[in-house]
Design a protein around this ligand. Structure first.
Ligand code: BGC
Length: 468
């Protein structure tokens, strides 16, 4: 697993073409995740107008998806163990299709909230299962690239949703905006039907012959297949514990806590406030027409995609902590600048441009740091015997925190005011930097076995990546 990072770009790929096809199909889950995150910001103003909704109901339409996703992430651990990763992804695809159609045809806000809850379940199951499945089917030399492909797909999905928001805004029909996601969801379902079972999952069930057949199709090199089977079998021999380990082992509790804290701080950067409410923020910043607000939002999506490539390129050279420091500083600066501009008032074109610039700076800071790195770190810091459990907890916390932020944003705006709301996020980004300094280990180039040994040996969290 330490090859996750080292392998992102330079190491020759040993996956077969079929392996890359499988990766692409599984990463499509990220695309749907991104589409569902991105589409609501464009659709919400139309929904609010049609049903004359107050802020509170609007917040619930946005955040019901997160409630579902948090529940889905919890259930996904059991589901993907019991039914297998492929069936979990298939179930997620079916829920994506049903949820998209339901939200498109929703007769009233209650149906819309319920449909978004179902979509959330799909997103929760997919956001736990897809990276796990990818890490299990990927040859170790390209594992990092394959997991990064998933994060990249999330940002591409968000951008695609922002673009479709524009197209469909001309026909002013939110039902199409939400319902159209059923089309990529059907493609995802067809893709999942073509996926093999995870070889690791098959080996856990002693289905060695089937696992070998899958690995032979995924890998180019037959030696890799035998090595992989040996190593997976050795790992399976270790007793795996979730709750039991958490109750009895205080060292494991520390890594679970750190995973949860990292995901909380990823969310309180304010990223999804921008993702869900971008047109509204641009409205506050002086973009009066809905069309202009949507175009400005597309630029947000584009910067999000482009800066993610930056993270992929830099993560091996700079290491995790320096990137997070730079990211936190940039995010804090972007939010503080926005707070300042809103405080003094955005009256002319120049200050409007500054406001857009501040927001884009914030997005770039997130996408090159906290976005991908928190997911990477969360998978690196858990010891082998508690990895699935630890990742399930941090994935759950990601969605729970996402929900709290989305559900409180509009209330915060009216409670402490626009400017102070962004100032609060700026302060939280500085706090994130402090947490990185105090608790986050530098894991660049360090094997997962070393990190696990250090953790279980009682080393300080920030020293988990140290050699001795
Ligand atoms: C976060 C999401 C966010 C997305 C934006 C992910 O890493 O977990 O909450 O919407 O990045 O690109």
């Amino acid at each position: 697993m330490n090859t996750i990072i080292n392998s992102t770009a330079v190491v020759p790929a040993r996956a077969s073409r079929y392996g890359w096809f499988v990766c692409l199909m599984a990463a499509l889950a990220g695309l749907l995740f991104g589409l569902d995150i991105g589409v609501i910001s464009g659709a919400l103003p139309f929904i609010a107008k049609q049903f004359t909704l107050n802020d509170h109901v609007q917040e619930w339409i946005v955040s019901s998806m997160m409630v579902g996703a948090a529940l889905g992430a919890v259930g996904a651990g059991w589901l993907s163990w019991r039914m297998g990763r492929r069936y979990s992804l298939g179930l997620a695809a079916i829920m994506f299709i049903a949820g998209s159609l339901w939200s498109g045809f929703a007769p009233n806000p209650a149906h819309l909230i319920a449909a978004r809850l179902l979509l959330g379940l799909a997103v929760g199951v997919a956001s736990f299962t897809a990276p796990l499945y990818l890490s299990e089917i990927a040859p170790r030399h390209v594992r990092g690239a394959m997991i990064s492909a998933y994060q990249l797909m999330i940002t591409v999905g968000i951008l695609a949703a922002f673009l479709s928001n524009i197209g469909l805004s001309y026909v002013a029909d939110w039902r199409w905006m939400l319902g159209v996601i059923a089309i990529p969801a059907v493609l995802f379902l067809l893709g999942v039907l073509a996926l093999p079972d995870s070889p690791r999952w098959l080996l856990q069930r002693n289905r060695t012959r089937e696992a070998k057949a899958v690995l032979q199709r995924l890998y180019n090199n037959p030696d890799d297949v035998d090595t992989e089977i040996r190593e997976v079998k050795a790992q399976n021999a270790q007793p795996k514990q979730g709750w039991g380990l958490l109750r009895t082992n205080s060292n494991f509790r520390r890594s679970v806590m750190l995973g949860a804290i990292l995901q909380i701080f990823q969310q309180v950067t304010g990223i999804n406030v921008v993702m869900y409410y971008a047109p509204r923020i641009f409205g506050l910043a002086g973009f009066s027409t809905h069309e202009h607000q949507l175009w400005a939002t597309v630029i947000v999506g584009l910067v999000n995609v482009i800066a993610t490539f930056g993270a992929i390129a830099l993560v091996d050279r700079w290491g995790r902590k320096p990137i997070l420091y730079v990211g936190c500083a940039v995010m804090a600066f972007g939010m503080a600048a926005l707070a300042f501009l809103l405080h003094v008032g955005i009256a002319d074109l120049a200050s409007r441009m500054w406001a857009v610039g501040s927001l884009l700076l914030f997005i770039a800071g997130f996408a090159m740091s906290a976005g991908p790195l928190v997911w990477i770190l969360c998978s690196e810091i858990q010891p082998q015997q508690g990895r699935d459990f630890g990742i399930a907890v941090s994935t759950f916390v990601n969605w729970a925190a996402n929900m709290v932020v989305a559900a409180t944003f509009l209330s915060l705006l009216s409670w402490i005011g626009e400017s102070n709301t962004y100032l609060l996020y700026a302060i939280l980004n500085v706090a994130f930097g402090v947490v990185v300094f105090l608790y986050v280990p530098e894991t660049r180039g360090v094997s997962l076995e070393r990190i696990g040994q250090n953790l279980m040996g009682g080393k300080r969290l920030r020293d988990l990546g140290k050699a001795d």
